[in-house]
Design a protein around this ligand. Structure first.
Ligand code: PHE
Ligand code: NA
Length: 448
């Protein structure tokens, strides 16, 4: 590639940006609702196993591919295997970025709208489910917040990712962490919280199906920003002198910690306050306002929380749009502003049906899913796991596990990737993902 590529200014800058991509709506909104609809603790356990066995190895693999090639996902595969069709993995990743950001921005818009609902105040006797349904079921307000969120994302992308994110994530992570801990305290001390703790922590395996596994793998990919080249792209801005295995460990650890803590903030309250854990995408937006209403100074915490959730969503959205933009800038020689503006506009338009699925298009269903669910299913349970499977297979067999390990262990840091890593990437991860996808999808579409 010609020209100078922007680089992270330090090791901390990279970890912050990658963690900023990972930590987002996936940890709070998606993790809680998918855990709730999949029966609780058993799902959480499978999810944690997927994080360790598949998630961590793939984060290392994607970052290594990015740092090695210094290219966007399409270019990265092209440069490792010239003249072969493997670049299609990267192309699939770019498409996944489109689909995910289009619904991600709708949900981020909910968070922005809730900043103002919190300003107006949450009272204990409010109808929280009704308020949520009222918001998402209206036509124009969600489109307005979706537009605002896309504009914010665009603004940062046009200006160049690197400086924009670093500044934010440094403040965001500790603040989000602190406020989640306060929420956990309030939630755990509500009358009847014990049932929620049991739901979250004592697994009941009799309800586990192939679809539970598919949902757990989908959540692992979504939450770690895996399977679509976001980590390849961020790795491509990493300099050769920075280590990978330990930095990847920080990103995976932080992301998992925040999700697990969010569960402790949400499930005790769900049961104590009589909500339905299987309520679906509204779970966090219905439950958390009720927790704020039960706290002294709840409005202030509510405003802060939804503001932080919005910023966390922003630092993830940036990484989604960056994949698309980096591809057009590197491979098609578009200017950064042109690529950002045109793609941002396209994603905005593609997202609109998702929100109309709760109002004007509420009759539209695909296999029982509304439009937003359908986008999410297509991306999280199909495109991301398939992208991850192919990336692992490619790295292990086409590029070669030996090269991958050597590259990942360079320069020597305080963690080394060992032999087991090659086995995971070559055999276990691709086989496990394939098995779970085939059985899970079969079960879903055979209508069982
Ligand atoms: N990991 C982000 C989250 O948890 C979402 C995301 C998915 C970001 C894929 C980038 C790529 O919210
Ligand atoms: Na996440």
């Amino acid at each position: 590639m010609i020209g100078h590529r922007e680089q992270w200014s330090s090791r901390l800058a990279f970890v912050l940006a990658a963690a900023g991509s990972a930590v987002g709506l996936g940890n709070i909104w998606r993790f809680s609702y998918v855990t709730g609809t999949n029966g609780g603790a058993a799902f959480v356990l499978i999810y944690l196993v997927a994080i360790v066995m598949i998630g961590y190895p793939l984060v290392v693999t994607e970052i290594t591919i990015g740092r090695k090639t210094q290219r966007n996902p399409v270019g990265a595969f092209l440069s490792l295997a010239p003249g072969t069709p493997w670049w299609l993995i990267g192309a699939m990743g770019v498409s996944a970025g489109f689909v995910i950001l289009s619904f991600y921005s709708i949900v981020a818009g909910w968070a922005l709208a809730y900043i103002f609902k919190a300003v107006a105040g949450f009272a204990p006797d409010m109808d929280f489910a009704g308020t949520f349904m009222g918001h998402i079921g209206s036509v124009w307000p969600p489109i307005f917040w979706h537009a605002l969120f896309m504009l914010l994302t665009l603004g940062i992308i046009v200006a160049g990712v690197i400086k924009g994110i670093q500044r934010w994530v440094r403040i965001l992570m500790p603040a989000l962490f602190g406020i989640l801990l306060i929420l956990v305290l309030r939630s755990l001390t509500l009358d009847g919280a014990g049932a929620g703790v049991a739901f979250y922590l004592s697994p009941r395996f009799d309800e586990v199906t192939a679809q539970t596994f598919l949902a757990a793998i989908g959540q692992a990919f979504f939450t770690l920003s895996l399977g679509m080249g976001a980590m390849i792209t961020y790795g491509s801005y990493l300099s050769e002198k920075h280590t990978i295995p330990d930095n990847a460990g920080w990103v995976v650890g932080l992301d998992t910690l925040i999700a697990v803590i969010a569960g402790f903030a949400i499930f005790p309250a769900v049961f104590a306050l009589g909500f339905d854990p299987a309520a679906g995408p509204g779970l966090a937006f219905i439950t958390l306002p009720a927790v704020f209403a039960a706290m002294p100074g709840g409005s202030l915490f509510g405003v802060l929380f939804f503001l932080l959730l919005g910023v966390a969503a922003l630092t993830s959205a940036i990484s989604l749009l960056e994949v698309v933009v980096a591809w057009l800038v590197d491979e098609k020689q578009w200017s950064r502003p042109k690529a950002s503006l045109l793609m941002g506009a396209a994603i905005f338009v593609i997202g609109i049906p998702c929100t109309l699925g709760y109002s004007l298009l509420s009759h539209v269903r695909f296999f029982g899913m509304d439009i937003l669910d359908t986008y999410d299913f297509l991306a999280s349970n199909l495109l991301l796991p398939l992208g991850g499977l192919l990336t692992a297979f490619f790295a292990g067999h086409v590029w070669s596990a030996r090269e991958l390990c050597r590259e990942a262990n360079r320069p020597a840091g305080n963690i080394r990737i060992g032999r087991w890593f090659g086995v995971m990437i070559k055999y276990i991860a691709p086989a496990a993902i394939a098995l779970v996808m085939v059985t899970g999808l079969f079960q879903k579409f055979s209508g069982q």
